[in-house]
Design a protein around this ligand. Structure first.
Ligand SMILES: Cc1ncc(COP(=O)(O)O)c(C=O)c1O
Length: 371
């Protein structure tokens, strides 16, 4: 299959699928039950917690399972809505699971400030500093952006934030398996992950926290997940995520090499017949295998539909509504003019690809672009 949309989601790894199947089939105990069937289910959850802790260099007790990246982000932000220090500093290229939450709950207690990004999609640490107020409790900046792949200077942000008594959350949903994600090295207070971005199951994610006291429960009910996330756990998905995290980090070096090679093949091939292509993002400081490219003179919705018709699956950040294409807010925040913005596609390579598929993609694009 010619799938070049791995930043949207990844196909589940065959070993992970086998594990999920076998758990769904054979393990049905409630992990909160005291008897043997419950203890078996509980042990699978704790194995996964250890695998994820190892993958991101945390302690297993610093992790709770969530329904995905969206919930993990919501939980952090909503915890600060209830805090005395309820001002948040963020930026306009965060995922809607940050921005929409803040714009919605800012009618309650929380307030927030946005720092601009430059033309490469990078935030400036000094701009962040200028936005910190007496009431700032949290800075939320993603580790790498989902549309252009730009990696943010999280360690510098953490150092500045901690000097000012402010905590830092990073949405690292796009990163596991594509770059090292080490919570101790980064120094962050909270970090969000989602299994379906690293060849795990959908609907399961994890929230790392340095200190439990800073978090409020998101779901109320039973006392699962140290009282921070009630509800009977999705054992098969949790176990699948643990294995997926282990496989992603064990294979990190090889996967990065593979992604970089697809990226180089794609970029040089594209430039050979379409020299006007504009590559967006911080080309020197970005996730491997994610290529955001503008095709001046070609509308992205039309390109995407033509590729789709021929069985090539990619994505665009711009949204279609009532026959018109709306520019991507991420690219707008980076200063791209609307006509370039709506001519942009994202190609994200992954382990379902090989170099023959990249060649086929190039030849299909050449046909479409020179039509
Ligand atoms: C950067 C980022 N954050 C959060 C999310 C949401 O994660 P989930 O789909 O697990 O809710 C995504 C998914 O596209 C993402 O790319």
């Amino acid at each position: 299959m010619n799938y070049f949309d791995h930043s949207a989601t990844t196909p589940i790894h065959p070993e992970v699928l086998d594990l999920v199947h076998s758990i769904q089939k054979n393990v049905f105990g409630n992990p909160s039950s005291i008897h043997r069937l419950g203890r078996k289910a509980r042990s699978l959850i704790e194995i996964s917690r250890k695998q994820i802790a190892k993958a991101i260099n945390s302690d297993p007790t610093q992790l709770i399972f969530t329904s995905g990246g969206t919930e993990a982000n919501n939980q952090v932000l909503k915890s600060f809505n209830q805090s005395e220090k309820n001002h948040v500093v963020t930026n306009p290229i965060e995922h809607p699971a940050i921005l929409k939450v803040l714009t919605t709950i800012s009618s309650q207690k929380i307030s927030f400030g946005l720092v601009p990004v430059n033309e490469k999609g990078r935030v400036s640490v000094s701009e962040i500093e200028s936005k910190i107020q007496e009431k700032t409790g949290l800075i939320s900046v993603m580790l790498a952006n989902n549309e252009v792949g730009t990696v943010q200077p999280i360690k510098e942000i953490v150092s500045l934030a901690h000097q000012n008594g402010v905590r830092v959350h990073t949405d690292a949903v796009q990163c596991l398996g594509k770059m090292p994600v080490d919570v101790k090295d980064l120094g962050v207070d909270f970090l969000s992950l989602s299994a379906h971005k690293f060849y795990g199951p959908k609907g399961i994610g994890v929230l790392y926290f340095k200190n439990k006291d800073a978090l409020s429960p998101f779901m109320l009910g039973g006392g699962q997940e140290s009282g921070l996330r009630a509800g009977t756990e999705n054992i098969a998905a949790i176990a699948g995520m643990g294995l997926a995290a282990e496989l992603a980090t064990d294979g990190l070096g090889n996967h990065i090499t593979e992604l970089k090679s697809f990226e180089a093949q794609f970029k040089s091939g594209l430039l050979s017949f379409f020299p006007n292509a504009i590559f967006n993002g911080d080309i020197k400081n970005k996730l491997p295998g994610l290529v955001n490219v503008s095709f001046p003179g070609h509308r992205s919705d039309i390109l995407l539909a033509k590729l789709d018709r021929s069985g090539f699956f990619v994505s665009s950040g711009s949204a279609c509504g009532a026959g018109a294409v709306k520019p991507s807010p991420v690219l707008s925040a980076m200063g791209l003019a609307d006509e370039i913005n709506i001519s942009t596609l994202r190609f994200s390579f992954g382990s379902s690809n090989n170099s023959e598929q990249v060649e086929s993609l190039l030849s299909e694009l050449q046909t479409i672009l020179t039509d």
